[in-house]
Design a protein around this ligand. Structure first.
Ligand code: UD1
Ligand code: UDP
Length: 376
């Protein structure tokens, strides 16, 4: 029997953690895999919520987050810290996810040391380097260096081929976010409850529907967030509806959201919630207003229409299916779309399609099986 190679799974932000957790859990169940988990902690609190839910204790915790961090300073700290981990543990293969600064920097550092790279959630593209910013560039840069591209969809696969990446390096597997979502839905079905859910139940009016809102994109800071918040306020004025908004910890988001929505009737601003609580909130919502990538992948599985606070999306599948509509940060467009969903039943029904373009929950299995076979 040949020696098993050493794998290192790296992540740092909330969405990466949610999407890498199924892979880590699977690796834990394969005693023959020699692997380590390294978190950069690009996010601290939001990451820890996921680690705690999935009961993952990282082997390396770089603990790099700083308040209102500058991406260049964060990158510089990360280059040094991840280099140390690579030199100490000498992995043969590193796993990075998607489009964050954590992924892109750890991929470059691996490339420089000639360590192989597995890119999870590869191939999504807007081809607009300013949107999402800087994520579109991060994802493209990582693709240039990866040895294995795990693509969630046909379109993502084609995007990679169009960029000259050889088909043999690409595997269409779906998105591990669906693995995570389905696992969590099963958990909720068993009667799962936690303090956050109990508190939310006490806070909201159970006779009024609610819209779930999230937002954090850097390209929306400033006027974009002002418009979003003002239109959310107007939605609750014009309709009998509540808004539940777990506000991202980024200070640039907190500042505007608290100032405009802090004291508005029927708007419940809450701290970011753990993953099972968020899934429970998605399930209970009428629809979702968001600029998040992951939420666009999850909501259609639950049949929840989405209003997307972006001008572009690297997830065209949900838009084509009618589950999502792009409105950018135009206040009038947000209000108009929300009013339509709240006031036109037929329109709502058309938008509430249940689809799962990002897989069936077996992406992590496909990735691990493939790599066990290849033993890179
Ligand atoms: C990052 C990712 C983005 C991802 C998002 C998920 C990049 C360039 N962007 O966005 O792709 O969609 O995370 O949320 O990598 N903060 C805390 N505690 C936390 C998390 C954040 O206090 O647990 C605050 C800190 O002040 C931190 C700031 O938020 O400095 C911004 O964090 P950062 O990792 O830079 O997030 P984003 O660029 O917003
Ligand atoms: N999410 C969560 N708690 C929250 C808000 C979101 O667990 O309070 C989950 C959500 O279900 C999705 C992921 O976080 O899986 C999305 O993260 P985020 O919006 O921060 O990043 P993006 O997906 O835009 O990269």
């Amino acid at each position: 029997m040949h020696n098993r190679k050493r794998w290192l799974v790296i992540f740092g932000t909330r969405p990466e953690a949610i999407k890498m957790a199924p892979l880590v859990k699977l690796m834990e169940s394969h005693t023959e895999i020699d692997f380590r988990v390294c978190v950069t902690a690009q996010h601290r609190g939001l990451l820890d919520q996921v680690l705690s839910f999935y009961q993952i204790t990282p082997h390396y915790d770089l603990d790099l987050m700083q308040a209102n961090q500058n991406l260049n300073e964060f990158s510089a700290r990360l280059f040094n810290a991840i280099n140390e981990v690579y030199c100490k543990w000498e992995p043969d293969l590193v796993f990075v996810h998607g489009d964050t600064t954590t992924s892109m920097i750890c991929a470059i550092a691996a490339f420089n040391l000639q360590i192989k790279i597995a890119h999870i959630e590869a191939g999504l593209r807007t081809l607009d380097l300013k949107s999402p910013f800087p994520e579109e560039m991060n994802r493209q840069v990582t693709a240039r260096m990866a040895d294995f591209h795990f693509a969630p969809t046909e379109k993502a696969t084609k995007n990679l081929i169009n960029e000259g990446i050889h088909l043999a390096k690409i595997l269409l597997v779906g998105n591990t976010v669906i693995d995570s979502l389905l696992l969590t839905i099963e958990k909720i079905k068993t009667g799962y409850e936690n303090d956050e859910i109990i508190k939310i139940k006490k806070t909201i009016d159970s006779n009024l529907p609610f819209i779930l809102v999230t937002g954090h994109r850097r390209e929306n800071f400033g006027d974009g967030f002002l418009n979003i918040c003002n239109s959310l306020k107007e939605i609750t004025k014009q309709n009998k509806v509540q808004i539940i908004y777990p506000v991202h910890l980024n200070p640039n988001v907190q500042k505007t959201v608290m100032a405009i929505l802090g004291d508005v009737d029927n708007v419940h601003l809450i701290a970011p919630v753990s993953y099972p609580t968020f899934v429970w909130l998605m399930q209970g919502s009428k629809f979702i207003i968001t600029d998040s990538g992951g939420v666009q992948e999850e909501a259609p599985v639950l049949g929840k229409p989405i209003i997307v606070l972006r001008n572009t999306s690297e997830r065209p599948e949900v838009i084509e299916a009618g589950a999502a509509v792009l409105v950018g940060t135009n206040g009038e467009a947000i209000l108009e779309e929300a009013n339509r969903l709240l006031q036109d039943e037929l329109y709502f029904f058309k938008r509430a399609v249940t689809i799962s373009p990002y897989g069936n929950g077996d992406a992590a299995n496909k990735i691990v099986d493939y790599l066990l076979e290849m033993n890179p």
